[in-house]
Design a binder for this molecule. Structure first.
Ligand code: ZN
Length: 263
């Protein structure tokens, strides 16, 4: 009789294990995209995304895979605005650029991007009759956890003007990367080797000081706190690396290590 109980227990336990690993498989990783990008998609990317255009052919393929993977796993919803293929590709490109040297990276803390036509206020309202709608992107918290909001107008503007070193799409994905280690503090612990954390924090304080004294060309919004500093300098780093390197060699050198730009 004991053998029977043992056998029943084993069958039930095995069933539980199968269910558990299937569940883990589903929740722990992104699904593999069914198809890649079309020729038209690649043309849109090449015309709008300099980072992609400048990659050698082999690496372009990886960028395309990461883009397709992102779009197969993250829903993009227009709020009062139609979502075009260009919108989708630019959102995915914003996500892929900072993690491009981390091919295993998946934004498991993001399920949906809400696209607004223009900037909005902190109650997520938008409209020409309002004066306080100056937010162009945000990463949700609380009941908005797992969601990102982007202004379509500002998303496109960020990729159009590469010389200004600002790009709201990249900015918001940097916040998500920052958030992935459990704390939004401007220190990307999953990206930054331990010995670089102290030098990184020192550079942040030094540069925020320079911004506040008006002696820096970094967007003054970066002086808000360490979190915003990390997002703002990352926009500059990816949008205009040459200028950034010339004006901020120390920051550039450390950020190369953070984003593994130089292997
Ligand atoms: Zn921000």
């Amino acid at each position: 009789m004991h053998d029977l109980y043992a056998a029943i227990f084993l069958v039930v336990f095995a069933g539980f294990l199968i269910w558990f690993f299937k569940y883990l498989g589903k929740s722990g990783r992104w699904k593999i995209p069914k198809g890649g990008l079309t020729k038209k998609d690649r043309l849109i990317m090449a015309s709008k995304v300099r980072f992609y255009k400048d990659l050698p052919d082999e690496e372009k393929k990886l960028f395309e895979f990461k883009t397709a993977e992102f779009l197969a796993n993250v829903k993009i919803t227009g709020i009062g605005v139609k979502v075009t293929r260009s919108d989708e590709l630019l959102i995915a490109a914003s996500a892929v650029i900072p993690i491009f040297r981390f091919p295993e990276w998946q934004y498991l803390n993001l399920s949906e991007v809400l696209l607004y036509e223009k900037s909005f206020n902190d109650s997520f309202q938008t409209g020409d009759d309002m004066h306080d709608h100056d937010i162009s992107g945000m990463v949700g918290d609380g009941y908005m956890n797992g969601k990102m909001i982007l202004s379509k107008h500002d998303l496109h503007w960020g990729f159009k003007n590469e010389w200004d070193g600002s790009n709201v799409g990249i900015h918001e994905f940097i916040h998500l990367i920052d958030k992935a280690d459990g704390s939004v503090d401007g220190i990307p612990k999953l990206f930054l080797e331990h010995q670089y954390i102290v030098p990184w924090v020192e550079l942040i304080h030094q540069n925020i000081g320079q911004i506040m004294q008006g002696r820096s060309d970094i967007n003054p919004y970066g002086a808000t706190d360490k979190t915003e500093f990390f997002a703002v300098v990352s926009e500059y780093f990816f949008e205009n690396p040459k200028k950034f390197k010339a004006n901020h060699p120390d920051l550039y050198e450390l950020m190369e290590k953070i984003f593994r730009v130089k292997e």
